[in-house]
Design a protein around this ligand. Structure first.
Ligand SMILES: NC(=O)c1ccc[n+]([C@@H]2O[C@H](COP(=O)([O-])OP(=O)(O)OC[C@H]3O[C@@H](n4cnc5c(N)ncnc54)[C@H](OP(=O)(O)O)[C@@H]3O)[C@@H](O)[C@H]2O)c1
Length: 291
């Protein structure tokens, strides 16, 4: 069945917003973008009625409980949104026989590796948020074996809350900043992830089969400290940056020392050439400055 109507949850999030911005470049598709007020993932029992009314040909679930530290105490809600709701969306997609794309995180891994995590590497979540996303993956796959899971990491955008925007603000307010320098990962521009998602939908529309777990992040790996240094350089700011260790910046949720994702599976499946994170960052900062 050809995909025409795409239901996107989490319309106000970074990825949901980037998809809404891309919509005009894809006139062949009708995007139905819903935010929390229209589809609240805390209430999975409400999904079926709404989805039946929309009759989408594909569901793209960008909504998630993403407050990593808060999830350590708000456990029930984080689990419902990231696991039970994803299971229900997968079940409904199977009943409607439509593709279901949902997103997961580098935090499903233990963070102790020293080479990139493959999409086939066993999950061993580093924190509670990671365990809710891991449960969401497993439950969705059980409910619908055709579920597409795209794990990503260190997401930034000109829209919403993220490291880039926080750094730009703090670097303007303060003379000095301490930044963790012993955690390594791959930043991801939500716009590039949105483009990859649309490529995946287009590939399915010409008959390519997609299912299972994929990883998407921008090319190149870095530390939060080097990420911040690049933000400072691109933005032309003068704040002094001091490298610190994870142990000097305690957080309620444990963070992985190493969470580099291997993206070769999605690159091969979609013949994707993924932009380098530094180039993506420059585009994002230009967009932030233009607003
Ligand atoms: N951000 C990252 O660094 C990161 C890293 C790895 C993986 N991911 C994953 O990538 C995907 C996209 O993340 P993102 O960066 O776009 O996240 P985001 O900017 O935090 O947006 C998440 C969206 O989910 C919505 N949401 C939260 N609870 C909801 C609920 N109960 N019902 C309906 N909507 C709800 C939020 O709504 P409100 O606007 O109303 O709060 C928000 O718009 C998610 O699956 C996330 O877990 C993100």
């Amino acid at each position: 069945m050809a995909i025409h109507t795409i239901l996107v949850t989490g319309a106000n999030g970074q990825l949901g917003w980037e998809l809404s911005q891309l919509a005009k470049s894809y006139p062949a598709f009708k995007f139905v973008l819903v935010d929390r007020t229209q589809l609240d993932l805390a209430f999975p029992e409400t999904f079926e009625k709404m989805i039946y009314a929309i009759k989408p040909d594909c569901i793209v679930n960008t909504a998630a409980y993403t407050a990593v530290d808060k999830s350590e105490t708000e456990k029930a809600l984080a689990y419902t949104v990231n696991a039970t709701a994803v299971q229900e969306l997968a079940r409904i997609s199977k009943a409607f026989a439509i593709p279901f794309i949902t997103y997961s995180t580098d935090y499903v891994f233990d963070g102790e590796a020293n080479q990139p995590y493959l999409s086939s590497t066993n999950m061993d979540p580093v924190n509670y948020y990671g365990s809710t996303k891991s449960a969401g993956e497993t439950l969705a796959m059980e409910a619908n074996e055709n579920t597409i899971i795209i794990r990503t990491s260190w997401v930034f955008s000109s829209h919403g809350n993220n490291f880039v925007k926080t750094m730009l603000r703090l670097m303007k307010e303060r003379a000095n900043l301490n930044i963790v320098a012993d955690q390594k990962g791959r930043p991801t521009y939500a716009k590039d992830l949105a483009i990859a998602t649309m490529k995946m939908i287009e590939a399915m529309n010409v008959g390519n089969t997609m299912s299972g777990v994929y990883h998407y992040a921008n090319t190149g790996e870095t530390t939060w400290f080097d990420f911040a240094a690049k933000i400072k350089a691109i933005a032309g700011l003068t704040c002094a940056l001091n490298p610190i260790e994870t142990k000097d910046f305690p957080t309620p949720a444990k963070r992985p020392a190493y969470s580099v994702l291997d993206t070769s599976k999605i690159e091969e499946a979609l013949s994707l050439s993924i932009p380098h994170w530094e180039d993506a960052l420059a585009i994002c900062i230009k967009e932030i400055n233009a607003n």
